[in-house]
Design a binder for this molecule. Structure first.
Ligand SMILES: Nc1nc2c(ncn2[C@@H]2O[C@H](COP(=O)(O)OP(=O)(O)OP(=O)(O)O)[C@@H](O)[C@H]2O)c(=O)[nH]1
Ligand SMILES: [Mg+2]
Ligand SMILES: [Zn+2]
Length: 373
């Protein structure tokens, strides 16, 4: 936890979240300038050094050696060039967290969404009064939110679910309570970028956390919340009529802002698909399904899959109505997906190793523009 001070005009490096964890790493590299990646576009990076914004490219050495190219939120060390000149990134500092999803391209490689985040805000839109139930399902879907929560736990970062557009929905409080119950242990806050409901509390949460990232489907109001928190129209927002049109998104690249009340906020383009990335030694959703993990300690078999094994404490809890069948089903589905993902990554890595041994350096994707709706 770090508390970032409010700022007046140009942010300093410390306003940008350059805490001692990064400063200590940077000390070993004399002559290079520390900076934070504030956006990425077609392989070109926009850095903020605390005194100036600079365009930058990766050094050839990094291009060849990095397995995960820098993304928005990364702290890097760049050559000291004059104002405005294109600079070169020589080193990427070790991250405190990395929020990733499975790439939407056929390789299925992990795609970095944001680095060094402390808080991930999963934004959904509350259904306006009188909306058809189908629209509601599309907007606030606990199963879909759990996929985000899983990836957030892996990053690792703290998660908070925001139900936006509360100004349009007269039973927001009931929806919040329902969703909190369905998610088991994650906070859900009603907010409105339009009326300002919940914004002060959100501001305080971000300032107390450090760096926050907004994620969620297109049209839920991520950029509207960004503008509200910045108190200026920094990001274009979608027009109301197209807000429900699938496959259209207003924000096209991730962008990092320093908030006037302290803290850093990253706005991202809407994501339609959210593929999970399997990590070898990862927590495997324990943080997301913590009540199920806790119960599993009491299963008769240590490797119980909670299907039809005798003495299964999880199934017993489902039978008592404490955990919904749908939630357990979702755990099973996530596990299957992760197992498949792990197998895919294994073969992709073997292919990459073969390729490298043939002497061809792979050039990593810069991961700038988002590619889905
Ligand atoms: N009534 C109401 N409308 C909102 C609110 N927040 C956003 N909107 C509207 O919803 C539409 C989409 O908002 P955006 O902020 O562009 O949504 P986004 O999540 O950034 O969308 P992408 O950039 O495509 O991912 C716009 O027409 C906004 O004016 C809110 O709290 N209340
Ligand atoms: Mg947007
Ligand atoms: Zn069991």
């Amino acid at each position: 936890m770090q508390c970032l001070q409010p700022i007046e005009s140009e942010p300093s490096l410390s306003d940008l979240g350059f805490v001692s964890f990064f400063a200590e790493q940077a000390r070993a590299f004399a002559g290079l300038v520390p900076a934070r990646v504030v956006s990425v576009e077609r392989g070109e990076f926009i850095l903020h050094t605390g005194t100036a914004r600079k365009r930058a490219v990766l050094s050839g050495k990094l291009l060849d050696s990095l397995s995960t190219p820098p993304c928005v939120g990364d702290f890097v060390l760049a050559l000291d060039t004059s104002e405005g000149a294109l600079t070169r990134i020589e080193h990427v500092l070790e991250r405190t967290s990395l929020f990733q999803r499975k790439s939407v391209d056929p390789s299925g490689r992990p795609q970095s969404i944001a680095a060094n985040i402390d808080l991930a805000l999963v934004v959904c839109a509350l259904p306006p009064d009188g909306a058809d139930p189908h629209a509601y399902h599309h907007g606030v879907n606990p199963r879909r939110i759990e996929r985000y929560l899983h990836a957030i736990a892996e990053a690792p970062a703290r998660a908070l679910v925001l139900l936006n557009k509360a100004d349009l929905c007269s039973d927001a409080e009931r929806r919040v309570a329902e969703l909190e119950a369905a998610l088991g242990g994650v906070e859900v806050w009603p907010v409105s970028a339009e009326s300002g409901l919940g914004i002060e509390r959100l501001e305080a949460a971000i300032a107390a956390s450090g760096t926050a990232v907004l994620v969620g489907s297109s049209g839920v109001g991520k950029s509207s919340l960004t503008n509200r928190l910045l108190d200026r129209a920094a990001q274009p927002v979608g027009d109301v009529r197209s807000a429900d049109t699938r496959g259209r998104h207003t924000t096209t690249r991730r962008e990092l802002f320093v908030l006037p009340q302290g803290g850093v906020l990253i706005d991202t383009p809407g994501m339609r698909e959210f593929g999970l990335v399997a990590h070898e030694d990862a927590a495997q959703g324990e943080a997301v399904f913590s009540e199920i993990e806790a119960l599993a300690q009491h299963c008769h078999f240590r490797d119980c899959r909670h299907r039809d094994e005798p003495g299964c404490a999880v199934r017993a809890s489902v039978a008592r109505g404490e955990i919904s069948e749908a939630r357990l089903e979702h755990v099973h589905k996530l596990e299957k997906e992760l197992a498949w993902q792990r197998a895919q990554q294994g073969s992709a890595e073997r292919r990459a190793t073969r390729k490298r041994s043939k002497g061809r350096a792979r050039s990593p994707r810069a991961g700038g523009d988002d590619d889905d709706g």
